[in-house]
Structures are given as C-alpha cells and as structure tokens.
Design a protein around this ligand. Sequence first.
Ligand code: SIN
Length: 333
Amino acid sequence: MAEQIIVLGTGGTIAGTAASSADHTGYTAAQIGIAALLQPVPGLHEALQGRELVSEQVAQLDSKDMDFATMLRIAQRCVQHLSKPDVKAIVITHGTDTLEETAYFLHRVIPRELQAKPVVLTCAMRPATSSEADGPRNLRDAVLLAGDAKACGVLAVCSGDVHHALAVQKIHTYALNAFSSGDVALGELGALAHVVGDRVNWGSASLADLDKNSHLALMQYESHAMNLVVIAFSQGMAWPRVEIVLNHAQATGSIVLALLKASTSEDPLRGIVIAGTGNGTVSESLQTALDEAQLKGVEIVITSRCAWGGIHDASALSAVKARIALVLKLLAS
Ligand code: SIN
C-alpha cells in the first residue's frame, strides 16, 4: 500500500474567495473545501512522489475565530492519523492570522514520538480566486516538505520559507512572505529551510539546532506533550480563561481591574499574560493592579511586546504562545 500524506483543511485565506480575480484583499476567508482546493494545484502530483493524498475537512473558519476546541480537534486528528504506519505526514491548511498559535498548540500536545513524522501547516495571503494566488504554491511546498526525509516536528511553510512552531510569527499584514522566525545573527532560530523548485534546502540551522538555541532549548524540553485525553476531558469543564494585556506609554491597571471585576465563579479569570515593554517591564500602576490580581490567585506571565529577544532568563515565547502555554499549564494543575 502506498504511503499517505493527509491534508487537513481548516479554512483561512487559502480557502477564501473574492468577487473578482483582481481582488487580492477584499475577500471572504474559508469558503472552498479542502478537496476542491487540492484539485488545481500545479506540481502536486510530482511533490507526492508516488504517495497517496487523502484530504479531510476538520474546520472551515477565518482563523481570527480559532478556538481551543477546534485546535483540540485538529490535534486529535493529527494523533489518529500519525499513529497509522502507512501515514507519512500531515499537512494542515490554516489562516495566517493565528497559524502560529495552532502550530504551537500542536507542538505542545502531539506526543514527541509521533512528531518523528512532520506536521506541516501552510496558508496563503491571497484568496484562492486571486489571479496571483499564493496558496497553490504553498500547498505544493507543504506536500514536498511533508515527504522530505529530514522533516519532523510541527513546521510551517509559507512563500518557500520553512519555520518551526516554536519560533514562527506572522510579522506582515500583506506581504506574501508574512512569517519570520527571527534573525539567526541575533540568536533567533531563523527559517530552518527553503523550498526551492522541487528541493527542500535545509539551512545550517537544522532541527537539531533547536537544542542549541539558548531561547528555545529550554522550552523544547519543558514542553512535554499534554495528554490529549486530559485536555478533552477538561473541555467539558471549560478552558481556563487567560487574557493578554499590553503595557504601553501611560498604561494603567484599569484593564486588569476590569478583568478582575468580570471574573465569576462560573468563568473565573485564571491567568494574565503581559506583553510588557522591552525586557518585560510594566508601568507602576499596571504593576499595582497585577499584584492585586496575583493576590486573588490569578497567575501572571510576563512576555515582551518586542517580537524577538525574549525576556532575559524567562519566557522566550510571544504573548500569544505564552497564553497557550499558560492554559495548558493550568489544565494540568
Ligand atoms: C485567516 O487567518 O483565516 C484569514 C487571513 C489569512 O489567512 O491570511
């Protein structure tokens, strides 16, 4: 039996449609089903290298509306497929806006041994109906990457750049190469590889270099997989509520105080992730409100609103990923 590559569709611009092929921005995301999306992809057959492509629609949404229940469903489908010996890899089509959050969630919850097989997220910045649609190339690249012998773990590919789930961030609102994993020269992981034509060119930073990267190595080992059964069980009990608050010039504690006021026994505020200035600093009045929240049992995690560099000796995660990490921590506690 031929090896299989499974493509899970979840929506996004890659599945979006606009009224005219000249319209690259005024479109509705998540309109075309994954089976139809795969039909016109040039080079897909060659990228499969004799493998069978199996598609499955897991969700159909604009990823601004992504939630933990959907992320969990995606993770469960990944685990079920990856456990089968004839499945080589998973490709997931996803909206760009929260791709990094789903990628990080999957990195955290898919058991390490199953991540010997790659899970490749891909996306598009232009809708499927655009005369300059980038989705078909990204999909083909994702399938090529999924079949590559060196690929493993949760990866993302967009505009030819291959990123790791731990490092990837959306950094541009409309550029086709909207994602970055930081500057290698500044100690960030950087893109792991580039898809050029029908080859995946792995850079000097390979997956093994994750272990050497000072920011990410810690998380690589700390982030043992969450037991999906535990997460699914707690779904019935609601996901712990964790909010993100930004520090800025003249920031007060009023948002934190409002969050505390809105916290109820049915829907308690369990955590706050601070996107602090620079090395995770917060204004004095925001700090006073955070102290009050902490006294009330709310867990506080400090990150930086700067894209890169992390917090010295603390979180290297962006605020959105730190929020997911805190939700998983609270679920496990
Ligand atoms: C989305 O994130 O679902 C819409 C935007 C995009 O995919 O670029």
